[in-house]
Design a binder for this molecule. Structure first.
Ligand code: MG
Length: 240
């Protein structure tokens, strides 16, 4: 009798895992469309680097970065103190690894961006990436100045996890800032100086994968499989 009960509980658990996986596989089951974060107008000025920051990119070279695919020298395009996605070579990531930190990064969507929904200036910053392109926690980069998509996939969301509280996005063609504080799985994010995520727990790796390396220090990875997004002034201050 007791064995039958244990077996029943076991199979109930297995079937609930299978049902949860099927639900995850239907994209409409994981996309939230309302409430839409209200638009706000950000302040005008960017801040300068703190004195204890590690400069990951200052416009001069890509020495701190490698291609995620094969760890060869990063080959994004350098111009005008910025680096631009080179989608023929794809994602890049830092040589160094980090765990708890404060990260500042600036990005610019091209003024002439076209497309809609997720196909409009899509990139992303993987906050504590798993080794060699295996994924991590994706902080979404996308043009959502006037572009609707699921809110847990819009710019400044932790992709398919946490929507931003508000939408302080600037127009395509203008520089924008992300200031991220990551402590374990606790994340706080300001966009253009406005807090949009405050002490949210990241439930797990983007896409729901399990990986034994999760929680270890990892590189910062930038998604490079879409259009020519520019990045500049990338600074990180590790907590320890
Ligand atoms: Mg993305």
């Amino acid at each position: 009798m007791k064995r039958t009960l244990i077996l029943s509980v076991f199979f109930m658990n297995i079937s609930s895992i299978v049902l949860a996986q099927e639900k995850q596989n239907r994209h409409e089951e994981t996309e939230i469309y309302s409430p839409v974060p209200p638009k706000v107008t950000p302040g005008a000025a960017f801040r300068d680097a703190p004195s204890d920051a590690i400069i990951l990119f200052d416009g001069k070279n890509l020495d701190q970065w490698v291609n995620s695919k094969d760890s060869s020298a990063a080959s994004w395009i350098l111009s005008d103190h910025a680096m631009t996605v080179n989608k023929t070579t794809g994602d890049i990531q830092t040589k160094r690894v980090f765990s708890d930190y404060q990260l500042h990064i600036e990005y610019r969507i091209p003024a002439n961006i076209s497309g809609s929904d997720q196909a409009r200036g899509n990139s992303g910053i993987f906050l504590a990436s798993l080794p060699w392109g295996a994924g991590g926690y994706e902080l979404q980069v996308l043009d959502n100045y006037d572009n609707a998509t699921y809110v847990n996939g819009q710019a400044a969301s932790i992709y398919k996890q946490s929507p931003p509280l508000v939408n302080p996005n600037r127009k395509p063609g203008e520089w924008q800032t992300y200031d991220v504080t990551l402590v374990g799985r606790l994340v706080t994010l300001a966009v253009n100086g406005k807090t949009v995520i405050c002490n949210q727990i990241i439930p797990g790796i983007t896409g729901g994968a399990l990986d034994s390396h999760e929680g270890e220090p990892g590189p910062i990875m930038i998604q490079g499989d879409h259009g020519p997004i520019d990045f500049r002034n990338i600074l990180i201050t590790p907590a320890k």
